[in-house]
Design a protein around this ligand. Sequence first.
Ligand code: ADP
Ligand code: MG
Length: 309
Amino acid sequence: IITSYSDAEDNINVVVRVRPLSKKEIKSGDDSVVQFPGNGQVLVDGIPGGPSGGQKPKLFSYNVVFEPAATQEDVLQFSGMKRLIEMAVEGFRCTCFCYGQTGSGKTHTLTGPPGLVIDLLNPGSARKPLAVRWSKKARGFFVENLFTVDCEEFDDLMAVLEEGMRNRSVGRHNMNDYSSRSHTILCVHITSEEPAEGGVFISRTGKINFVDLAGSEMTKKTQSEGKTLEEANNINKSLMVLGYCISSLSDSKKKPTHIPYRDSKLTKLLADSLAGNGVTLMIACISPARSNISETLNTLRYAARAKKI
Ligand code: ADP
Ligand code: MG
């Protein structure tokens, strides 16, 4: 249920997770169009002829592929997520983001079975967008007036996450609709202290961004108008810029390349993690269902472009 091409040990790793067919899909006779030849590969069925001539089956390769039967624990163990957390504890800045169409399992993967930049921890301010500014002093981008919470224990962190998730749904009738049109970032700063000689402590601060991206289907189709259309265009752009930054970063190992962080708010915020010596993990989430085949192919292409294996 898990196959890998190579251990997820590079700075940028791309894994794919395929969710199971849902009860509803099974009931409506939808079937799976993805197969798993092994070695981190995903094979998507061809589309039979028709006026547009159909499509041949397509084969893609990634660091690791998680088949529908893989559990949350499997993803934690084998996606490289553990290494990402270890590196953050050592003081590196890391990012894990989930990409995919609405309903493909992004939130499930990041937060687990049902159990967040408007500022979700400061709902008083929550209805107005926060500014992303450049700090000369810190030489990095930051969110102005963002609420932060000190956590001593793991439970404190979970409480913060839960509050953020609750606030995310406030004022919205349909949470899935909201989450499909917004990026959610949980940014965890980790300070660790290690005793050193002479009774002093060496303190290190690392960071992990957990990013639940807006539904990628917005990049193409939207029947919406007005504000929603504007939102869709922003999402469209930020996902495109993110993909472009990641693939430029992969290329920049071979030759110096300009990375266009400044082209979207999202990439400004992730710039220090993406550019640093930390690890970036992209989890591309897909549905196996035939009815989603074109979105699935889009996601697999986006993920393959992010890192050519
Ligand atoms: P997204 O955040 O990409 O819109 P969700 O994470 O909300 O998608 O997943 C859509 C539905 O599929 C949810 O009901 C979720 O519980 C279910 N689901 C997603 N991934 C899995 C999985 N790996 N195993 C079981 N159910 C899943
Ligand atoms: Mg979601």
